[in-house]
Structures are given as C-alpha cells and as structure tokens.
Design a protein around this ligand. Structure first.
Ligand code: NAP
Length: 205
C-alpha cells in the first residue's frame, strides 16, 4: 500500500510525458503539489529516470524532504497560484500538475516550445484559467491522465514500469502508518494540507 494509487498514477503521468517525447535532455520538469502523495512519488520516479525536477510547494519545511526525493529546485507555490500573464518566459520541458486552476494555467504559460503538461489533480481548484496561446504559439500539449478508467494495457505497463523505475528505498520517507483504531487522527492534518506524502491505514492493528 505504500505504492498504492499514488505511485500508479505518477507512473501514468510519466508515461504521458514520455509519449509526448519529453526526455531528460529537453530541460527541467515542474511537479506541482510536490509534498503531497502523488507529487512526492512523481519527483522520486522522475529523478531516478534522470530528469531534473523543480518542486512547487507551499511548505518550506518540506524542502529537505523534497531534495532527498530528488528535486533540485524549489518553487514557492504562491508564485504559481496568483493569476499570471497568458504567455510567460518558457521554463519547463514538462509539467506534472496535481493542483489545477491558476497553477495549471501558469504552468501552461511557462512551458517550453513543444513541451507537455500532464494534468490530473484539482487540489487548488477544478477551473482552468488559460488562453490558446501556449497551444498555438508554442505547440504545448495538455495531456489528461486518469487512473480509474485507464485501459488494462496502460495499467499493466505502469505497474510493470514500477518494478524498475520506482526507487523503493525512498518509499519509507513518503508514508506514515496509522492503526485502524486511530484512523481519524490524521484527518485534520489532511484537511489542513499538512500531510507529507501519504497515510497508510493498517487494518490489522
Ligand atoms: N485522475 C486521477 O485518476 C487521480 C488519482 C489520484 C489523485 N488524483 C488527484 O490528484 C491530486 C493530488 O492527490 P494527492 O493524493 O497527492 O493529494 P494530497 O496528498 O492532498 O496533495 C495535494 C498537494 O497539493 C498542494 N495543494 C493543496 N491545496 C493547494 C492549493 N489550494 N493551492 C495549491 N496547492 C495546493 C499541497 O502541496 P504542497 O504542500 O507541497 O504545497 C498538497 O500536499 C488530487 O486533486 C487528487 O484528487 C487524481
């Protein structure tokens, strides 16, 4: 369960970037919602695959943790959640976005020519304020990624890739375990956005 849906989803995202031919030599990858469950594991997988990763987080106290997972640059998430210009200085070869809303709009506006943005999360909102400019002037691709109804072939490929591309030595740092009897304890932390990585419930304890 330390692997769980988060790692599976992160692997589908990495696959989406690769399908759009984004390789480590193309430039840096931005991961938003970096200290969350999916963001954390996406950073670890991308770093293992040789990508240079920038982590967008609102929590400065997670910087050491994110660096240990493989991120080499820290971005203050407030710089992405404020409404920005529709077309900005290009910075990212690819983006893995868990936040949505203005964060995703800014990420699109900052993506390099021919880059790809993989979107699946809405931690910051389900809206998407953007324009067609990144698409028609830079050929940016916005790829939706869904884990629930993904076809079996995509699932099998994602799980197979985990055997080789998931740095399992980093998993312990990304999870906190609680017994079933204390399942409600982390709820306030989750709602306050204070959980680092993921919480596993031990149903036998
Ligand atoms: N499409 C699918 O199949 C699928 C599957 C699983 C999950 N998801 C979605 O993916 C997203 C991430 O899931 P998760 O399990 O990683 O969630 P999570 O552990 O709660 O992490 C979300 C992270 O987003 C950031 N964040 C939270 N509120 C924000 C806000 N208002 N503005 C900007 N950033 C904010 C925080 O990162 P920092 O603390 O680092 O700033 C937080 O840790 C969720 O929206 C979830 O619904 C989709």
């Amino acid at each position: 369960m330390a692997i769980g849906t988060a790692c599976y989803l992160a692997m589908l995202w990495v696959r989406a970037l690769e399908k759009d031919d984004v390789t480590p030599k193309d430039g840096n990858i931005l991961v938003t919602g970096a200290a969350g469950g999916v963001g954390s594991v996406a950073i670890a997988i991308l770093a293992k695959l040789g990508y240079t990763v920038a982590a967008s987080t609102g929590r400065a106290e997670t910087h050491d943790y994110l660096r240990a997972l493989g991120a080499s640059e820290m971005i203050d998430r407030n710089t992405l959640s404020e409404a920005g210009k529709p077309f900005q200085k290009p910075r990212w070869a690819g983006v893995i976005d868990t936040v949505g809303s203005t964060t995703l709009g800014n990420a699109l506006a900052q993506t390099n020519y021919g880059g790809a943005v993989a979107a699946c999360g809405l931690a910051g909102g389900a809206d998407l304020p953007t324009t067609v400019l990144p698409f028609i002037l830079r050929g940016v691709t916005l790829a939706g990624v869904d884990s629930v109804f993904a076809p079996m072939a995509a699932r099998q490929e994602a799980w197979n890739r985990m055997a080789t591309d998931l740095p399992k030595d980093k998993l312990a740092d990304m999870v906190e375990e609680v017994p079933l009897a204390r399942v409600l304890d982390p709820a306030p932390q989750i709602l306050a956005g204070q959980v680092r990585g993921r919480v596993i419930v031990d149903v036998n304890a």
